[in-house]
Write a protein that binds this ligand. Structure first.
Ligand code: HEM
Length: 457
């Protein structure tokens, strides 16, 4: 049984890597673990994002925000993502022609921000031609986590952190920029009578939630205990609103979270997928052959066809297994809870970590775990052998990743167009194996470089 207890500074943490217990925490007894740790001060703008919300406040946000992530919404966004890809291809064509090696992490960072600024705010960034574009520059600097801040966060109580500006109680330049950008867009949209028809982005969906008849302002009813609407981790519960629509501040907080999360996760997944295909040419060829059947070099691919490509599915699943963007995900006990037959009792407010990255790299759950092997997912027999709750790229249960569908859409669509049009290859600057930075998380690579050339038509 793999359970590990430790102190993160002053906080006791229980790490649970046991599939059955994970199932209980994430699904069976979810109502005892609805919350995550709140890392933002409760009066900060980011604290209103869904990822930080607790108890019924979270349920209400999830209920409203889910509308932005339905299949119907994804289909409406498809042409905008396709347009971002066309701009990206123009840039890749130039690199291929000059035989310029690609710094894929940086390039997919720019591309991901372009896609997300388009999907979230209907704002094109022109990032491939404008290196100083403010959306990308500020998003990058927000994600540039300083090591001393991480240590301070572990060691110090929150009132000290606020004084040291470790948490964003103040208004750093990046936040001011994004806040103004979104405020301006919201104001402009409010002047259009037909904004809902005109725009298909996340922002509009969230603004429309205020108009929808089933989301009219009122009291949100908890599924669990309607008569006790406000719960969560006791004093960690934030400013809670019972309205069944979002305030402008809440809309801004969601968009801000979506932009920064998507930038980091999509960039990394795409960069590692391309890297693995470049250093494993036989897998690249298999994917190319699958794509050649259904996609012309300059053609379009149907949304539903894209979802039905078995080898593509396997490549993406294996990339995310091997190069999961996050190391772990977290739950807080919202009431005292006895953990299966372990004899361990978690107290209300205790932290539980699910170490997904470590489980994906465990010899016990995946043979030769450091090897890129899409057949784990492609071969039906091998796929069946993956033990439930050992492969958890999106988390699990009611609080899993809400962005899974759009992530898979962007990743698959991008890989389809890149692999169909170009051949990626290992150059003398390609690190094999990858070299990692000594960072607070050991998953940040020093550089990811691959070669690119156009395939003959
Ligand atoms: C490769 C890409 C991504 C991966 C692997 C990933 C993974 C995850 C994981 C592991 C969680 C925690 C789940 C849990 O606690 O059970 C999460 C939460 C979340 N993700 Fe993602 N994510 C990705 C991309 C995205 C994108 C593109 C968006 C937005 C467009 C997004 C939005 C969210 C949100 C809002 C939550 C919090 C959900 C909640 O608290 O209810 N993610 N993600």
């Amino acid at each position: 049984m793999i359970i590990l207890g430790y102190y993160a500074g002053h906080r006791p943490v229980l790490t649970v890597a046991e599939p059955e217990l994970i199932k209980s925490i994430l699904i069976r007894d979810f109502n005892s673990f609805t919350d995550r740790i709140v890392s933002r001060p409760k009066d900060s703008k980011q604290a209103r994002s869904i990822s930080q919300a607790c108890g019924d406040d979270w349920r209400r946000l999830r209920h409203i925000i889910s509308r932005a992530f339905t299949t119907g919404r994804m289909k409406r966004m498809y042409p905008s993502i396709r347009q971002c890809l066309r701009d990206f291809q123009t840039h890749l064509d130039a690199c291929a022609q000059d035989r310029r090696p690609l710094n894929v992490m940086e390039m997919f960072g720019n591309f991901s921000m372009d896609v997300m600024a388009t999907c979230a705010l209907a704002t094109k960034t022109n990032v491939h031609n404008d290196r100083n574009n403010p959306v990308v520059r500020y998003a990058k600097s927000l994600l540039d986590v300083k090591w001393w801040k991480m240590i301070a966060k572990l060691a110090l109580p929150s009132r000290w952190l606020a004084r040291l500006t470790v948490t964003n109680t103040g208004q750093p330049e990046e936040l001011v920029y994004f806040n103004k950008l979104m405020t301006d867009i919201i104001e402009t949209r409010s002047k259009f009578t037909d904004a809902s028809n005109k725009y298909t982005d996340f922002l509009q969906t969230l603004l429309d939630a205020n108009k929808d008849s089933d989301a009219a302002p009122g009291v949100y009813k908890s599924n669990e205990e309607p008569n006790k609407p406000l719960k969560g981790t006791g004093d960690k519960t934030q400013i809670v609103s019972l309205k069944n629509h979002l305030s402008d501040d809440e809309v801004r907080a969601q968009i801000y979270f979506i932009l920064t999360t998507a930038y980091d996760t999509l960039k990394r997944t795409l960069a590692y997928a391309i890297y693995e295909l470049a250093i494993n040419p036989h897998h690249q060829q298999r994917l190319f052959v699958e794509l050649r059947e259904i996609l012309q070099p300059d053609g379009d691919i149907d949304y539903d066809v894209l979802q039905s490509l078995p080898f593509m599915e396997a490549v993406v699943s294996e990339t995310i297994r091997l190069h999961l963007p996050g190391l772990r995900f977290i739950r807080l006990a919202t009431r005292d809870y006895t953990l299966g037959t372990t004899g361990i009792t978690l107290r209300k407010g205790d932290q539980v970590d699910i170490p997904a990255y470590a489980m994906h790299h465990s010899q016990e759950y995946f043979k030769q775990p450091f090897q890129f092997d899409p057949d784990r997912f492609f071969d039906p027999e091998r796929r069946q052998m993956i033990k439930p709750y050992t492969y958890l790229p999106w988390g699990a249960g009611p609080r899993n990743c809400i962005g899974m569908r759009i992530s898979l859409l962007v990743i698959k669509l991008t890989l389809a167009h890149v692999v169909r049009r170009y051949r990626l290859y290992r150059t003398e600057d390609t690190d094999v194996p990858l070299q990692y930075k000594r960072n607070y998380q050991m998953t940040h690579t020093k550089q990811v470089i691959v070669g690119i050339e156009r395939r003959p038509h």
